[in-house]
Design a protein. Structure first.
Length: 260
């Protein structure tokens, strides 16, 4: 199946997404602050914010953040997480390609693990409209990495059996197509970074993380999700009994600047 024809309803994943999706690590935000892309007082817009797991990292560092998403369920989960941390992020319903927000408003626009869901040419044009002159777009992803016969590769094999339509297996984390998107749209000073690292997961948390994905709760029936969850849990108990497990991931980010 072509990736562009696969759809998912992330509202169905909101509970697991809020509980089990790993946040972006502190060292990533620290790198962005050293680079000058993240500074207290900046205005930031997080497109397809979901449960706000990137938006919160920005708000914690003194930015004024707006999150936008098409899913009311995801934004409700985001608000609950914000309240627990004493954060005030403004959430609005809308699409990345046509936000309805005023132009030349934001110093920074971010997209986390969602750029591939957009009409990317239209989203690029909308971001350029929204950014102030000299403002930055940052697209990032934090993908699990199937390497050899590791936990991720075994998990993806189970997922593919339960959902043959799912087209996102085998990702290597680095996405040169996103760099081309920014070039084609006219962004300047384009740069990209990637880091491979491990994220610790218990069996319960890894099963929850998979349920939160587009390929499981986002596109399967409840009975199919239950069957997948049972097979994954049995495999983990049998083949990876030590907990927490160290699960390979790649964090990739590409940044581009709107002309002054």
């Amino acid at each position: 199946m072509e990736r562009g024809t696969f759809t998912a309803d992330f509202g169905k994943t909101a509970e697991d997404y809020a509980r089990y999706r790993a946040t972006y690590p502190d060292w990533f935000f620290e790198r962005l602050m050293r680079r000058g892309l993240v500074r207290p007082g900046m205005r930031a817009l997080d497109l397809a914010t979901g449960t706000g797991y990137l938006a919160r990292g920005l708000a914690q560092r003194g930015l004024t953040v707006t999150g936008i998403d098409i899913s009311a369920d995801m934004m409700a989960a985001a608000k609950a997480l914000d309240e627990a941390q004493g954060l005030g992020i403004d959430y609005v319903p809308g699409k990345a390609e046509e936000t309805g927000l005023p132009g030349a408003t934001f110093d920074l626009v971010t997209v986390a693990c969602a750029w591939h869901w957009f009409d990317r040419a239209r989203a690029s044009a909308e971001v350029l409209r929204l950014l102030k002159p000299g403002g930055w777009l940052m697209i990032c992803s934090q993908d699990w990495l199937p390497v050899g016969d590791n936990i991720v590769a075994r998990t993806e094999a189970i997922l593919q059996r339960h959902n043959p339509r799912w087209p996102y297996g085998g990702l290597d984390g680095v996405k040169p197509g996103f760099v081309r998107d920014l070039r084609n749209a006219g962004f300047q000073s384009i740069e990209s970074v990637s880091n491979d690292f491990d994220i610790p997961y218990s069996h319960q948390a890894w099963c929850g993380r998979l349920r939160a994905s587009a390929g499981v709760s986002g596109s399967l029936s409840p009975d199919q999700v239950k069957a997948f969850d049972a097979e994954l849990g049995a495999m983990l108990a049998r083949d990876f009994p030590e907990q927490p497990m160290q699960v390979a991931h790649c964090l990739f980010a590409v940044m581009g600047r709107k002309a002054l």
